[in-house]
Design a protein around this ligand. Structure first.
Ligand code: DGL
Length: 258
């Protein structure tokens, strides 16, 4: 297998998965693609989203010449993973909320899911909950405003602490909840702020390391030579280019879409 591992998200959220991939596969060449022209995905219609994800991922796989694709977006994976696998000729690793590990860790059997409004309502997510957390109470919390705060952080501004405080305020009324799933890849980028804003201590769980481990298995033997790494975007943005270069994607290019 040759070519980089391509990481895709609507915006900068996939960079939290890039951080896990860099830790687990330090030699791996990565490329990044994001649909910044159309983000956030979490508030969009399903049919439109499937068509758009197929179009952008198809174009990014072709442009990057990647060995495989990591869909570092829960909103996209819980909707379009099967369609992507049918449509693309490279292996595809998806990202789904870490319900199973969270259920394994919770002592009180009450876990939370912090994700986009699309992800918390998806049949895929409900199936995960039934299958892996059947004996837990699962409180689903839509937190779309955190996506924009993570974008601001990567682009060099501080996240608004009031948004984080408001999002996590309901935790004060749920003393039994001991484990919170970060079910959107943007949210681990706000981890310190979330810990500070939470009204009390909870355990935070995300999927980054599990995805990196899976990518290492699926794409074993791919080209490990790291050269200059490219970030593909769907709209020009200097702030985004600077943010991407902070994660090693020093060259930013506009993705050619049909
Ligand atoms: N990072 C994405 C996820 O994991 C979604 C953010 C968005 O709404 O675009 O769900």
């Amino acid at each position: 297998m040759s070519g980089p591992i391509l990481v895709f998200d609507s915006g900068v959220g996939g960079l939290s998965v890039v951080a896990s991939l860099r830790r687990r596969l330090p030699e791996a060449a990565l490329a990044y693609a994001c649909d910044n022209a159309m983000m956030p995905y979490g508030v969009r219609e399903d049919d439109w989203l499937v068509a758009r994800i197929l179009e952008v991922c198809g174009a990014a796989v072709a442009a990057s010449g990647c060995a495989g694709l990591v869909v570092a977006c829960n909103t996209a994976s819980t909707l379009a993973l099967e369609a992507l696998r049918a449509h693309l000729a490279v292996p595809v690793v998806g990202t789904v909320p870490a319900i199973k590990p969270a259920a394994g860790m919770s002592e009180t059997r009450h876990i939370g899911l912090l994700a986009t409004s699309a992800t918390v309502a998806r049949p895929y997510t409900l199936r995960l909950i039934r299958e892996f957390a059947g004996d837990c109470r699962v409180t689903r919390m839509a937190a779309d405003p955190l996506v924009a705060e993570a974008e601001r952080r990567v682009m060099g501004s501080s996240p608004d602490p009031d948004v984080l405080l408001r999002t996590l305020a309901p935790l004060a009324e749920m003393p039994s909840l001991d484990t919170m799933v970060l079910g959107c890849t943007h949210f681990p980028l706000l981890r310190e702020g979330l810990i500070e804003a939470a009204p009390r201590h909870v355990r935070w769980v995300d999927s980054g390391d599990a995805i990196a481990r899976r990518a290492g298995q699926v794409m074993a033997g791919h080209d490990r030579h790291r050269g200059s790494e490219t970030g593909w975007v769907t709209a020009p943005s200097e702030a985004l280019a600077r943010g991407l270069s902070g994660f090693g994607f020093t060259e930013t290019r506009l993705l050619p879409l049909a």
